[in-house]
Write a protein that binds this ligand. Structure first.
Ligand code: GDG
Length: 502
């Protein structure tokens, strides 16, 4: 691929989502987020096409095609739809994607529902994506497939006799071998992935897990090279495998956080929490985010360090997600039970320990909370990256925010030196980290946050797109600073007694 060849992006959702208006027509909702912001300019420059589900059924697709064409004109790149029937939404999206791959890849093997009809729907939908990609691309184009919903697309393209140069980026973690082998379709899925020319993971750890699976489960595997991208050779195929930590549009976040409307809301928030520090949690409703663990850590912090009472408040936003899956309903009940208990135990006139909201904020409100908060508390039990941590840091304009980050978030690979790291299963460690963050001297806060912001600014979302596409072209990527695999260091001298015993 040269820098100017056509780019086709495929993702489960299109950046425009259609829904029926009450009058029976269609309304458009524009997606937002870093991925769309970063890919749109590249798509415009390269006569690109974005292929995905526009939120409609297969029988409605024809009806909306002219609307998508019109929208393509407005966007400056083409959007093409892949329709899903309600049954496929159930079995492919809520089923295989979110009750098999999501829990397994986040180490929640016991939450998996290995229903064979889910797998069948996954194959069918991936085949349909490949068909639409084949129809809307030519052999010289580069196809960039996003995320775990579409792992079989490259293989389906080959089977449909539409071979293309393909790259795949996995936004979620890749599990260790002993978990991956639990998957009934482990060999087929691995073979599917090996049809991509480049596979990108968030971290060195995910890449290591993948390579170990391939080495163990596929025959005659060799790995060549070092650095951000290595080559996995399976028979005659050479597959590039790399680690590309996703990021955010740092400058845009920092600038928007400084805007007048956001500054006004920051002032309002500070006046609503007079003389108090805001500890902020922003998480999609998901068992992988460790929200109950966060609440337990906060409760213990208030018990262990009574001086924190009336001095800090936890503002926790939980964004609704996948509510049709029973486990998500259960986790919400668990969260709300804990919020109720903690409020009951600590609330007193003039002070509420937890401000819990189940819903979402508009962007200025989100930015205002990021900027106003003294601490961002991230306790994911497993997380591909965690963009909230990066967004909080970018919006921390005063430069004195403290990031408490789970060891198990992908962002730890980059930010381990300056965030306060916690094992979210260790409730005492979380409590101590909250205390440390809330009592940290201004100077130390600023030094740490300064370095965090600099790292995120340097490796922002545009760097991410550029690095992935360069890797796809086989270009040299230079030095790699973020491939380190975080392991908790033992305290100095901890194992000395073992070493000296005979
Ligand atoms: C997956 C992986 C990986 C949240 N609440 C509101 C809101 N948000 C936006 C945040 C942020 C995004 O949602 C959440 O991103 P995360 O990265 O934290 O988590 P996932 O949704 O699980 O994303 C993850 C990511 O993919 C990218 O590769 O980092 O590990 O699980 O951007 O800003 N936005 C607005 N209002 C809200 O209330 N406007």
């Amino acid at each position: 691929m040269t820098g100017s060849e056509r780019l086709i992006v495929a993702s489960n959702r299109l950046p425009v989502i259609l829904s029926r208006s009450p009058e029976g027509g269609w309304t458009f909702n524009r997606g937002s987020g870093g991925l769309i912001t970063a890919l749109e300019p590249v798509l415009r420059e390269r006569e690109g096409t974005w292929i995905g589900w526009p939120g409609v059924g297969g029988d409605e697709l024809e009806e909306v095609e002219s609307l998508l064409d019109r929208e393509s004109g407005r966007l400056g790149y083409r959007v093409r739809g892949v329709g899903l029937t309600p049954r496929e939404e159930e079995d492919f999206y809520l089923g295989f994607s979110n009750q098999v791959v999501w829990p397994l890849f986040h180490d929640f093997q016991t939450q998996c529902n290995f229903d064979p009809s889910f797998w069948q729907a996954y194959r069918d939908v991936n085949r349909r994506f490949a068909k639409v990609i084949g129809e809307n691309s030519a052999p010289g184009d580069f196809i960039w497939v996003q995320d775990y919903h579409l792992m079989s697309v490259a293989e389906e393209l080959v089977q449909a006799d539409s071979p293309r140069r393909t790259g795949f980026f996995l936004h979620i973690p890749f599990p260790p071998l002993d978990l991956f082998v639990k998957l009934p379709w482990r060999f087929t899925l691995l073979r599917s992935l090996l049809h991509y020319d480049l596979i990108g993971f968030q971290t060195g750890r995910d890449r290591r897990n993948f390579i170990e699976c391939v080495r163990t489960l596929a025959p005659n595997v060799q790995v060549e090279g070092e650095g951000r991208v290595v080559e996995v050779i399976v028979g005659k195929r050479r597959v590039k495998v790399g680690a590309f930590p996703i990021s955010i549009d740092f400058d845009e976040f920092a600038q928007s956080a400084a805007s007048n409307p956001v500054s006004e809301r920051v002032a309002r928030l500070w006046s609503e929490f007079p003389g108090r520090q805001i500890i902020l949690g922003v998480d999609r409703l998901d068992y992988s985010k460790g929200i109950p663990h966060k609440l337990q850590g906060f409760r213990l912090a208030l018990q262990r360090y009574p001086a924190l009472q009336e001095r800090v408040s936890l503002v926790q936003l939980v964004v609704p997600s996948r509510e049709d899956i029973p486990e998500y309903y259960d986790i919400r009940r668990e969260i709300e039970r804990l919020v109720g208990q903690i409020s009951g135990e600590f609330t007193r006139p003039g002070w509420v320990p937890i401000h819990y909201q189940y819903g979402s904020w508009d962007r200025p409100e989100l930015l205002a909370h990021y900027r106003a908060a003294a601490v961002n508390l991230v306790t994911s039990l497993k997380d591909g990256m965690n963009l909230v941590a990066k967004e909080f840091s970018a919006a921390s304009l005063e430069g004195s925010g403290v990031l408490i980050l789970s060891e198990y978030a992908g962002a730890t690979a980059q930010l381990q030196e300056d965030a306060i790291l916690v094992n979210p299963y260790d409730v005492e460690e979380v409590a101590d980290a909250i205390h440390r963050a809330c009592t940290m001297e201004e100077e130390e806060r600023k030094e740490r946050m300064g370095r965090i912001r600099e790292k995120i600014r340097r490796e922002d979302i545009f760097w991410w797109v550029d690095t992935f596409l360069k890797a796809a072209r086989g270009e040299d990527l230079g030095e790699s600073s973020t491939l380190e695999i975080y392991q908790p260091p033992a305290p100095p001298g901890f194992f000395d007694s073992v070493a000296t015993e005979s």
